[in-house]
Write a protein that binds this ligand. Sequence first.
Ligand code: HEM
Ligand SMILES: *[C@@H]1O[C@H](CO)[C@@H](O)[C@H](O)[C@H]1NC(C)=O
Ligand SMILES: *[C@@H]1O[C@H](CO)[C@@H](O)[C@H](O)[C@H]1NC(C)=O
Length: 508
Amino acid sequence: MCFNMPLWVYTLCVLLACTCLLLYLLERRERGKFRGLPTYPLLPFIGNIHQVVGDGRHLFQLLDRVGEICENSMLPFVVWLGPCSILVIQDPEDVKMITNAFIEKPYFYGFGKIWLGDGLVTAPGYVWKHNIKKLAGTFTSSVVDGYLGVFNAQTHRLVESLKTEVGKEPFDIIHKYLAYTTLETICQTALGVSKISESIVTTEYYEAFNRCLELIMSRALNVLLHPDAIYRLTAAYREMARCVAVLHHVSDTVMKKRQLERKNTKKTEIGENNSRDSKGGPKFKAFLDILMELSETDPSLTERQIKSEVDTIIVGGQETVASTMFYTLLMIGCKPRIQERLYAEMRSIFGGSRREVGKEDLARMQYCEAVINETLRLYPPVPGILRYADRDLPLKSFTVPKGTACGINSWGAGRSVRVWGPDAKLYRPERWLDDQPPGTPAAFLAFSYGRRACIGKKYAMAILKTMLAHCVRELEFVSEAENLQLKVDIALRPVSGHLIQVRLRQKT
Ligand code: HEM
Ligand SMILES: *[C@@H]1O[C@H](CO)[C@@H](O)[C@H](O)[C@H]1NC(C)=O
Ligand SMILES: *[C@@H]1O[C@H](CO)[C@@H](O)[C@H](O)[C@H]1NC(C)=O
């Protein structure tokens, strides 16, 4: 029968057989490198692809289950996407090694490049190394203190909006309020404003911003759209380009205006007219202005690079802060004892006054900080981070081969009983106030760890404390967290947002 087959069918069969054989040999070689590590049962050729593809909910469940397996086996876990492996890690010692050894990121981060260029999050290692030296020192305490005027004004506005929800049904507090407030705040501090009442975030900007994040996520979840050459042909790419244009237009316009102003008034800082904090406190200095100042002595910091860094800051700080605020309100809303203790701390600092939060107040909010830490431990807004192994690296029990994508499971690390003790899964802020700090630093991964960790930690703490102070002083939160379902949409998000109600606090 074979002899009657047309030649092209025959050729095709041979080609197919060769491809399969090659793939088989390649996979066998690759899998040999990870022998002994736990993995899910493998299918020929595709490995675990059928088990890992799915939506954000599925991705979350995967993270949770793999976390349990790593905890019990004390080993890394391998996921196979065909011949490509992702090594999932959460042991603190291993996390320390990997985050200090590797500064490269896997190619997925490239999906954000059209928007964020070579900003800190998406830059390749050599670019990051050059820029981090200048940028690491930007969010110092005094710079962040200078932002308190904006934080207070924006939070005041937030509380006023929340008051309109008093006595109503549970509502979607993230999408209705928190996301917008944090985006507006971070834009004002990143780009600078001469008047706090001036908004940067229009509806168009807000929608473009959210749409970009959605498009990046849906690309990440669809392997077929990973190659740039294919993605560029899709409608999704064109939509992405349109949204990015809206976002870039805003940073462009502000930058042009600023450059002109800087030329005209070399001395006076723009955005300095921050009437609310002019009592000799630290000066407001927008992130953009800091970068433009740096660029005067360092020509490698081009206009394009400045824009990428500013856009990166806006992305890095927005969703993360909004999510942390959400999970904190969710937790205190169903734990009245914790909410009362938080309120008591605010009373002890502010008395009955509703004055602005100042930097001395922030330093006194120890319980509040413990509450935020506890939220970040159990609900890290970025539940996993990735690094690319550009060389072999021996860990405790296993050598990471060059070319591996390493996934660090921050969600799993924060819930490890081995690290945090038998009550690891319990929300208990008091653990942070014991004499001994709980866990180990390398198991608290909300801000990532080692090199390429978050540079916005001080900023995040200051804005979250300011928001919580205002919110708890005037309002009481009631929530339903029993049936909380989560998904991973770049950030860790609740599947349903309608979980929180507010009441006016009765003055005591
Ligand atoms: C609670 C709030 C925050 C959380 C949980 C958080 C978390 C993280 C994490 C996990 C990373 C590592 C990302 C990766 O390796 O892929 C990161 C990086 C970064 N974050 Fe944050 N972040 C927060 C707030 C902020 C804020 C407020 C800013 C800016 C104002 C910011 C700016 C950045 C930047 C620029 C990077 C990149 C650092 C680098 O690669 O050198 N973050 N953040
Ligand atoms: C800052 O305020 C001063 C007067 O208080 C005013 O002359 C100056 O134009 C203001 N600068 C900006 C950038 O708004
Ligand atoms: C919160 O966690 C940080 C580590 O990121 C730690 O330095 C700080 O002391 C913790 N705060 C409290 C109140 O324990």
